[in-house]
Design a protein around this ligand. Structure first.
Ligand SMILES: [Zn+2]
Length: 360
């Protein structure tokens, strides 16, 4: 049997299994039990936070043949077909490749036909913001007065690109980024089921790099867990080409001291060792941002207990204004230098700028 990636293997099959979106799961569950089903839903939010999974689970709950419809049974014909994406009554449409007026006209014609084997005919439209304005206009009337058996569920990462006329016809749900705590618990649970161990440092890196996207975190874990039964921080760093933590913390100290000679030497060394200079700037920016947040409110910095001592020392090294300025420099560098060959030189200039600001 071919290898099933963790993201697919642990794809949520029920409302309770969707991480971090309990507010939406509960509302949809209530809507089903009270039989208050809207004709059109819009799920918006960052990528990888469960929008499509929620749409499929909601579709299952709506069409489940089980008597208790508050949650899908997962074993009836309809639930199984939807899980396999083979239900003739639940159509998943990629908005990116079906965004034109012709495709929407076909869809508009098809909604008139009754369902084959289910209560509802459900259209899940992913990447809905890619649909053209003209195509959306062609869909308006159907969204407003669809046949009673039709439900639209649109998912988008960019709600602002959806015309107001469409938004006002949808029940809207905003998905949030999955918090570090929620993601950490979910990953630990998966690691336990899969029989591998992940140390806290590695877990923290996976969560930070995936930026609140469960899908990205699981893809990364797929890579990391294929080699060992225990995932160490160093292994994940090497896998991602991240620099050892001590380099970032020592560069931070040297920025504070204004010791530009040492910093330039470090930049030269890490370039020679083949590290990606943009990744270095990204790591430095993220570290400085963490220190800044810690200096303002340690409770929201979400750092590892073992790092507290370091953050206590480093938070006193800069004023808030200096912090902001250095982070802006890193950000500007990253924006300006992506794909250019003079990254090393530009980075050195950034440090010279940092030094002049620290010394003032
Ligand atoms: Zn079922």
């Amino acid at each position: 049997m071919s290898y099933l990636g963790l993201a697919r293997k642990f794809r949520p099959q029920n409302f309770d299994e969707i991480v971090g979106q309990a507010h939406i799961s509960q509302t949809l569950r209530n809507a089903i039990s009270e039989n208050r089903i809207a004709h059109a839903y819009l799920f918006s939010g960052p990528r990888g936070c469960g929008k499509t999974s929620m749409a499929r689970i909601f579709a299952k709950a709506l069409n489940c043949k089980s008597v208790s419809t508050k949650k899908p049974c997962g074993i009836c014909e309809n639930c199984l077909d939807i899980s396999k994406s083979s239900s003739v009554d639940v159509l998943e449409i990629d908005g990116a490749s079906n965004n034109g007026i012709d495709e929407i006209r076909v869809l508009r014609e098809n909604v008139k036909f009754s369902t084959a084997n289910s209560k509802y005919k459900i259209y899940i439209i992913d990447e809905a913001h890619q649909i053209t304005t003209q195509a959306f206009n062609a869909l308006l009337k159907t969204l407003e007065e669809p046949p009673a058996h039709v439900v639209f569920i649109m998912a988008t990462t960019e709600q602002h690109k959806i015309p107001d006329t469409v938004l006002s016809r949808c029940q809207r749900y905003r998905f949030k980024l999955i918090s570090k705590v929620e993601m950490s618990a979910a990953i630990k649970n998966i690691a336990k089921k899969e029989g591998f161990e992940i140390v806290d440092e590695a877990l923290n890196i996976v969560i930070t790099v995936s930026g609140g996207s469960m899908r990205d975190a699981l893809s990364l874990l797929d890579q990391a867990s294929s080699n060992t039964g225990k995932i160490e921080g160093k292994y994940v760093r090497d896998l991602l080409g991240l620099l050892p933590k001590c380099i970032i913390t020592s560069v931070t100290e040297n920025i504070a001291k204004g010791d530009i000679q040492v910093i330039l030497k470090t930049v030269k060394e890490i370039t020679e060792q083949g590290y990606n200079i943009l990744q270095f700037a990204r790591d430095l920016r993220d570290h400085l941002r963490q220190v800044m947040i810690y200096s303002i409110n340690p409770a929201i910095a979400e750092i590892l207990p073992e790092d507290e001592k370091l953050f206590e020392i480093q938070k006193k090294m800069f004023t808030l204004a200096q912090h902001v300025r250095i982070i802006i420099y890193c950000q500007k560098f990253l924006k300006k230098c992506a794909g250019t060959i003079s990254q090393g030189f530009s980075l050195k200039c950034i440090f010279l700028k940092c030094q002049s600001h620290i010394m003032i």
